[in-house]
Design a protein around this ligand. Structure first.
Ligand SMILES: [Zn+2]
Length: 232
């Protein structure tokens, strides 16, 4: 009896690894089916997890001030609650991509549930913009065995630089220095405009934006272009 239980547990573990960690590591190490950098003269700012009623409009004000364009990977349920913010994003020339309807890892979704997360978020965005949705970034950069197949109509965008800006402590210690090192053309920078997701600090976007404001000002003087993923 104990042998059967151990066999079942090991089988479950192997299947779980095959469905979750194995495809994630394989895809992220090989870069197969994903984009980590873009062919552009500029730098691509990307913001995940919003829109947030507290921070996203302040971020849009900041981007407007420095004539910087960005790409937002939005959570569909947040889009439903804040459609006006998405409309503003779109009208101001930013690009909007999918980051699941709920902020849930693909590791915890069946193929059917994942497809539903993608479809529902695409519909929520299209209700605001009337435009085809082209880009997708899975929460936490997690892939399951079926992610690339189910998301094949989108371009899957990862990042070249990630900063841990979902933590206030990180924003106060070292974020600006790390941002200053990302001068290479085609870099995709990953930041967050919502602090409501699991593991994040609620006020982190406020401190992220303080650093971003300095970074944008410095780059304005250098003539750096901040582009959306569509601007090539
Ligand atoms: Zn996220």
């Amino acid at each position: 009896m104990i042998n059967i239980i151990i066999f079942c547990m090991i089988s479950f573990l192997v299947l779980f690894l095959l469905y979750t960690i194995f495809p994630t590591v394989l895809i992220r190490v090989t870069g197969w089916g994903i984009t980590k950098k873009v062919k552009t003269e500029g730098i691509a700012l990307t913001f995940d997890d919003g829109p947030s009623p507290e921070y996203t409009e302040l971020l849009l004000d900041l981007l407007k001030k420095y004539d910087a364009k960005a790409t937002f990977f939005v959570v569909g349920s947040n889009v439903k609650r804040n459609p006006e913010i998405i409309k503003r994003m779109y009208l101001e020339g930013h690009t909007i991509g999918i980051h699941h309807f709920d902020h849930i890892s693909s590791w915890l979704l069946s193929p059917f549930q994942l497809k539903r997360q993608l479809n529902m978020t695409e519909m929520a965005i299209r209700e605001c913009t009337n435009e085809k949705v082209t880009y997708y970034r899975p929460p936490w950069g997690h892939f399951n065995l079926f992610t690339l197949l189910l998301s094949k109509k989108y371009k899957v965008i990862m990042w070249s630089d990630i900063f841990g800006d979902w933590k206030v402590d990180k924003c106060k210690n070292g974020l600006l220095d790390q941002l200053r090192k990302t001068t290479e053309a085609g870099s995709i920078l990953l930041l967050h405009d919502c602090g409501e997701t699991w593991g994040a600090d609620k006020e982190a976007p406020k401190f992220m934006m303080e650093n971003l404001a300095i970074f944008l000002k410095e780059n304005q003087n250098k003539g750096t272009r901040f582009v959306t993923l569509k601007d090539r």
